[in-house]
Design a protein around this ligand. Structure first.
Ligand SMILES: C[S@@+](CC[C@H](N)C(=O)[O-])C[C@H]1O[C@@H](n2cnc3c(N)ncnc32)[C@H](O)[C@@H]1O
Length: 286
């Protein structure tokens, strides 16, 4: 019998470092999942930490994932459909980076490739080599993070990319680029929707909302809270992460919402000394 990459290479993990990534919170998120559910929806996908956990723990689980960042969504489909070409393009980046990391990094940052392979390998290359390993764009949608200080960054990470490709090819996962509200059309009674939106800032200086060239505003948060009510009326299970901010607490103060404060580590502050433990909210209707 043909062995899958998962059996040979281990479990697939997020292939990008993403602001707000949930890897450290997987144990607590796992405790808060319902025992059974229909389709799993993750409409603010990012690095997809909970998605990968669910795919590896629940064999055959149907998943419907999406994000508004078209480069990120393209990376998921390219890894699924064109893994060999992608790996050879990344190896090319790795060779060039090893010759002159600084000038090569900025030359790649300045490019705007057209092909799917080049776009995705650029995103993965920049994510591995930029400062703090984060994706951030300016108001024109241009990636604007400077070079990071790494001696030997793992630019290709072939094992994990092949394992991710394998799990997407063999699972029932639909991947789309769209606004989160579109989930309402598709989700049915008994389905689980996990929302991990860009967080409401807890202070003026804590704002990090530039995953796309559109910020996530308070209006978006109101749209999200109305959507959660509509999903609840349809009989969906809703799980939501957000910052411990007054706006969020007020919007989810009433039934059917159960709000829990959980401890998390903030990892996107550029000053590592400020990446201390903080509380955030986990909200659910079941
Ligand atoms: C906090 S991150 C998700 C992190 C993810 N849970 C992880 O583990 O990496 C939020 C994501 O929402 C996406 N996003 C922002 N506005 C959106 C919108 N209106 N609709 C859908 N996705 C959106 C961003 O591109 C970003 O990837």
């Amino acid at each position: 019998m043909k062995q899958t990459y998962r059996q040979i290479l281990g479990t697939p993990k997020p292939f990008v470092k993403w602001a707000g990534g949930k890897r450290q919170l997987i144990p607590i998120l796992n405790e808060n999942l319902p025992n059974t559910f229909g389709t799993y929806y993750e409409p603010f996908l990012g690095g997809g930490a909970l998605l990968f956990h669910i795919l590896t723990e629940r064999n055959g689980q149907k998943c419907n994932i999406s994000d508004l960042n078209s480069d990120l969504v393209l990376a998921y489909t390219t890894i699924r459909d064109r893994i060999d070409e992608l790996i050879s393009s990344l190896k090319n980046h790795e060779r060039n980076y090893q010759k002159d990391s600084k000038s090569y990094y900025y030359s790649v940052r300045d490019t705007n490739p057209r092909s799917e392979i080049e776009k995705t390998s650029r995103l993965l290359f920049l994510n591995r080599t930029c400062f703090n390993g984060l994706y951030r764009v300016n108001s024109k949608g241009k990636f604007n993070v400077p070079l990071g200080k790494y001696t030997n960054p793992n630019i290709v990470n072939e094992e994990n990319l092949r394992s991710v490709s394998d799990i997407f090819q063999s699972s029932r996962v639909s991947i789309k680029c769209r606004d989160f509200e579109a989930v309402l059309r598709d989700a049915k009674k008994g389905d689980l929707v996990y929302f991990d939106p860009p967080y409401q800032p807890v202070s003026q200086t804590a704002n990090f909302t530039s995953y796309t060239n559109k910020n996530f505003t308070l209006d978006d948060l109101s749209r999200l809270s109305e959507l959660c009510m509509k999903l609840d009326s349809k009989g969906c299970r809703v799980l939501l992460s957000n910052s411990d901010s007054k706006e969020v607490a007020d919007m989810f103060a009433k039934k059917p919402w159960k709000v829990r404060k959980i401890q998390a580590n903030r990892s996107i502050n550029s000053n590592s000394k400020k990446r201390t433990g903080h509380f955030e909210l986990l909200i659910k209707n079941y």
